[in-house]
Design a protein around this ligand. Structure first.
Ligand code: DC
Length: 227
């Protein structure tokens, strides 16, 4: 059945600007924003607390099935992850949990355990989902698919500013190494590797301002509505 409002998939590597862009696009169109990376981060955090290894796929899946994930919006409309009713949005943003999320997301069992939830969060449309496999796996029928990239150094610089902006320590060269390591892991895993959907629009944000990227995506969605 056709959805009354579109699903917008924004996929791409870490630091391409997905979060900022997805937030601005959702605000402009008055759509709900779903940050799917936060769910993988939540699994990594919960696993560390429950002493489940990030390499233990079946153990992680069992843990995931017992967790209650939800999103609450902050005053600016940014989604904050709640696990079992507790706000964990800040704790999932450390470099350690970023790396953990990349590890746990390699396991097909974990991806399967998060699939239904992601589909439920988006099924009514009027939603922007940002992640790695939204256009390829979660919503292959999304009305608008964008694959957002930027060169690794630009992405590392953005991540450093973001971490420093939140009062955390960050160093450019080690962040660049992390960005490359995560790219390698995310695009070479056998299950749902990071790659553009065949019908995705690829946008390289390195030489673009946030406004330009947002405008391009909003235009794309407006054209859908009139076609
Ligand atoms: O977007 P992010 O940095 O918050 O994502 C954290 C990790 O989760 C990232 O290394 C890849 C993984 N991820 C994924 O595999 N699939 C998604 N849809 C979203 C994130």
């Amino acid at each position: 059945m056709a959805r009354a409002k579109p699903v917008i998939a924004i996929d791409g590597p870490a630091g391409a600007g997905k979060s900022t862009v997805a937030h601005r696009v959702a605000q402009t169109l008055d759509f709900v924003l779903v940050d799917t990376g936060a769910l993988y981060r939540g699994v990594a955090l919960a696993a560390r607390e429950a002493a489940v290894e990030w390499s233990d796929g079946p153990g992680l899946a069992r843990l995931t099935q017992g967790l209650d994930f939800a999103f609450a919006s902050d005053a600016r409309g940014v989604p904050r992850l709640l696990i079992d009713g507790v706000d964990r949005a800040d704790e999932i943003r450390t470099p350690e949990i970023s790396m953990g999320a990349s590890h746990v997301s390699k396991h097909p069992e974990v991806r399967a355990a998060l699939l239904d939830l992601q589909r439920r969060l988006g099924c009514e449309g009027g939603v922007v989902l940002e992640g790695r496999d939204i256009g390829t796996v979660v919503f292959p029928d999304a009305e608008a698919k964008v694959f957002l990239t930027a060169d690794p150094r630009t992405r590392a610089q953005r991540r450093v500013s973001d971490l420093r902006g939140r009062g955390l320590e960050a160093d450019l060269e080690s962040t660049l190494r992390e960005v490359r390591e995560r790219d390698q892991q995310d695009s070479h895993r056998p299950v749902a590797p990071l790659k553009p959907a065949l019908d995705a629009i690829e946008l390289d944000s390195s030489g673009m301002t946030i406004d330009q990227v947002v405008e391009t995506i909003v235009e794309l969605v407006r054209k859908l509505r009139t076609s």
